[in-house]
Design a protein around this ligand. Structure first.
Ligand SMILES: NC(=O)c1ccc[n+]([C@@H]2O[C@H](COP(=O)([O-])OP(=O)(O)OC[C@H]3O[C@@H](n4cnc5c(N)ncnc54)[C@H](OP(=O)(O)O)[C@@H]3O)[C@@H](O)[C@H]2O)c1
Length: 325
């Protein structure tokens, strides 16, 4: 089985496949096997992050498929992310090179600022990536994400990263970033799913030619780390199943098609081969306006991933107002 995925052009001129493979919690031998299987199936866009602790596994899977001659490096699109504790401009280059070394690649396709919120730097090891103050709160730094961005721009000139972007930015923060940027972010990776559709932020990004990558497109269905189970319910909803029956698709495939039709690039994380196959098999149909209108009704305005442990941060992005300085 090999599925061909359409691509869209980014502001940098490079193209990104319209569906990606989410890899949060995909680790170890099982992770390597799953990622190789995904490449066999046709996935060419893989989403990882330093924070996920799996860049080496992603890199091993990719390297093995490259060595087999199954794919060419230029056909793959690998995204990784700068973790919050590495926001100080002094740390950005080293953090990036650690990711590049973990991935064992000559370049990454997309490097994202994982969040607009800098945290206190303690080191590069797993146990250093979040620290807490005496009251048990995550220790925030006062590094300005605009300064972090300027350091990320330098990476582009190194030729080791093709495009840079952001994640979890609100519209005020994006606007502020754009006011100082020499290189514009190609994407804002944000939570988007039927329970939390993000229509206005998608529209805002579209007006700036910034793509939106949809993380947690399944709302972290059935996982205990999800704060909104609406999307999990959509996956078994009988009305959505009726839409699916028209096209011979599952509810999950309707969700992904809905997100693509809404202008996003979803990066779902499948739990098994069946889900992996389904999530990429969504390019032979489109929803009608009536189908989309039905899907719109599930938005209850609640995030599956509210990042509440950062809510005391001055750059916490998820309030209506006040997040941008
Ligand atoms: N930038 C950021 O801050 C950020 C934050 C979160 C996530 N991400 C990225 O986005 C990716 C995806 O988000 P996520 O991992 O939070 O969760 P998700 O993709 O929203 O949900 C994953 C769950 O969806 C279910 N699922 C997937 N495909 C399915 C299908 N075809 N049919 C039925 N159920 C299906 C599976 O549940 P079952 O196990 O029940 O089958 C799986 O455990 C991450 O892996 C990561 O790469 C980025």
């Amino acid at each position: 089985m090999w599925a061909k995925v359409p691509r869209v052009k980014l502001l940098s001129g490079y193209e990104i496949p319209l569906i990606g493979l989410g890899t949060y919690l995909t680790k170890g031998e099982a992770g390597v096997k799953a990622i190789k299987e995904a490449i066999d199936i046709g996935y060419r866009h893989i989403d990882t992050a330093y924070r996920y602790g799996n860049e080496r596994d992603v890199g091993r899977a990719v390297r093995e498929k490259l060595e087999e001659g199954y794919v060419k490096r230029e056909d793959l699109f690998i995204t990784t992310k700068l973790w919050n504790t590495f926001h100080h401009p002094e740390h950005v280059e080293e953090a990036f090179h650690r990711s590049l070394n973990n991935l064992n690649l000559n370049y990454v396709d997309l490097y994202l600022m994982h969040m607009p919120m800098g945290l206190v730097f303690r080191g590069f090891k797993e146990q250093d990536l979040v620290s807490y103050d005496s009251s048990g709160k995550v220790e925030c730094s006062d590094v300005d994400y605009c300064d972090t961005w300027k350091a990320m721009e330098k990476l582009i000139h190194s030729g080791k990263v093709r495009s840079i972007g952001v994640s979890n930015f609100n519209s005020n923060q994006l606007e502020r970033l754009l006011s100082i940027a020499s290189i514009r972010p190609v994407t804002n990776q944000i939570e988007c799913n039927p329970g939390f559709t993000q229509k206005s932020l998608i529209e805002f990004c579209r007006s700036l030619d910034i793509t939106v990558t949809a993380f947690s497109p399944m709302g972290r269905a059935n996982r205990s780390d999800s704060s909104n189970q609406v999307t999990a319910n959509v996956l078994t909803d009988p009305e959505v199943a009726t839409i699916g029956a028209k096209y011979g698709k599952t509810n999950a495939q309707i969700v992904l098609r809905y997100l693509i039709d809404s202008g996003t690039i979803p990066v779902p994380k499948p739990s098994n081969r069946t889900e992996m196959l389904q999530n990429i098999d969504i390019f032979d149909f489109r929803l009608t306006p009536e189908d989309s209108a039905l899907m719109d009704r599930f938005d209850n305005g609640k995030r599956a991933v509210p990042l509440k442990y950062y809510s005391h941060h001055r750059d916490y992005p998820f309030e209506e107002t006040g997040a941008a300085r």
